[in-house]
Design a binder for this molecule. Structure first.
Ligand code: UDP
Length: 351
């Protein structure tokens, strides 16, 4: 272990500490280090068990608040996980999505550039844009980033995220690292519509909800798009590899001013294959025959999400850079990811 993980006077700031990734990161920081945490979020229900922890200070705010931004930039490391990342909102609420994913993180980047904090900014694998079915490995430093037309408002999110990456990379004096997550899954991923959130969450939460409600899984445009599903626990291991390298005495130049894909290239499935796997796992968890579960249904993308929906047909992460610079490779197999996520979802929402 990096000796700095033993430093009781060190504080990491986490924006979005109550979210899906943030809640796992918070637990990991408190368990694996002696650090303190300054956590910012608007919603704390996933981290109730940490609210009275004496090593934590929590603030209910977002990055639209200049005072919160100024406080965050006083800490040596700031991890920014905050974002509006509900796909159905990319179409109907593009201005809010863009503000949340560009204006707010840009203000945080400005403050970190002034104070000298290391900003670890979470972007998205969606910046690779409208990839075709035959697109190959997506490389951080050589793959062109091509979006659909402005009428395809699905790209509002990715456009804002990419602009933020470019802003961060262009900001003089900022110590930064950008992370592009590839479909992270695990407990606490998104929400159950109508219970603890509205709109259409990402596919894992949608499929889990449909299974629990005995409804058909919806395959958008036939479920031909492919994704590489990545365990949130692997993502946390990546962050620790990054902390380790970035806070080492050598001040490893490899981790600063770099964009990293974080994804599991071995876990690629089409969405139709994902539906089959999840039905099978759900049937096993419930001890029922898969034939008793409704068959998936095909739906048109624009009907399901609204006008302006568009899609990436394949997102295969290049993983060589994280392995070369950090010795990190995501390793949790797809079946383990899905069983853990679905078991958690069933237990959590059956109560
Ligand atoms: N999708 C689907 N049914 C759903 C939700 C999503 O077929 O109920 C598809 C969606 O059209 C996309 C893929 O699943 O092709 C992944 O969608 P998600 O919203 O999880 O995230 P993305 O990787 O597109 O950001």
């Amino acid at each position: 272990m990096n000796p700095r993980f033993d430093d009781r006077s060190f504080t990491v700031a986490i924006v979005g500490c109550g979210g899906f990734i943030g809640s796992h990161l918070l637990d990991a920081v408190l368990c694996r280090t002696k650090w303190r945490v300054f956590g910012v979020d608007l919603d704390f229900y996933r981290i109730q068990h940490r609210l009275n922890d004496e090593r934590c200070e929590f603030v209910c705010a977002d990055l639209a608040d200049p005072e919160t931004v100024a406080r965050l930039a006083r800490f040596p490391v700031v991890v920014n996980l905050a974002a509006i990342c509900t796909p159905s909102r990319y179409m109907g609420e593009a201005p809010a999505v863009i503000r949340s994913n560009y204006d707010h993180p840009a203000a945080l980047a400005d403050a970190c550039a002034k104070s000298g904090s290391w900003l670890i900014h979470f972007s998205t694998s969606e910046v690779y844009g409208r990839t075709g079915a035959d697109s190959g490995v997506l490389d951080e430093d050589s793959t062109p980033l091509v979006f659909g037309p402005v009428t395809a408002s699905r790209w509002s999110y990715a456009t804002a995220k990419l602009l933020t990456e470019r802003y961060i990379a262009g900001l003089s004096g900022l110590k930064w690292t950008v992370v592009r997550p590839f479909n992270f899954v695990g407990p606490y991923m998104d929400y159950m519509p109508g219970v603890d959130g509205e709109g259409i969450p990402r596919v894992l939460a949608n499929f889990s909800t449909a299974l629990l409600r005995g409804e058909p899984l919806k395959l958008v445009n036939g479920g031909k798009a492919k994704r590489c599903f990545t365990s949130v626990h692997d993502a946390i291991d990546f962050l620790f590899a990054l902390f380790d390298a970035g806070s080492g005495t050598a001040q490893n130049a490899g981790v600063f001013s770099q964009v990293f894909n974080v994804g599991n290239a071995d876990n690629e499935l089409s969405i139709a294959e994902l539906a089959q796997k999840m039905r099978q796992i759900y049937a096993e968890i419930r001890g029922v025959d898969i034939a008793t579960l409704p068959e998936p249904q095909v739906v048109a993308g624009e009907e399901y999400y609204g006008t302006g929906y568009d899609d990436s047909m394949r997102r295969l992460p290049g993983v060589e850079k994280a392995e070369r610079l950090l010795g990190f490779r995501a390793s949790t197999p797809i079946d383990v990811c899905l069983r853990e996520s679905l078991t958690w979802f069933v237990k959590h929402y059956s109560v």
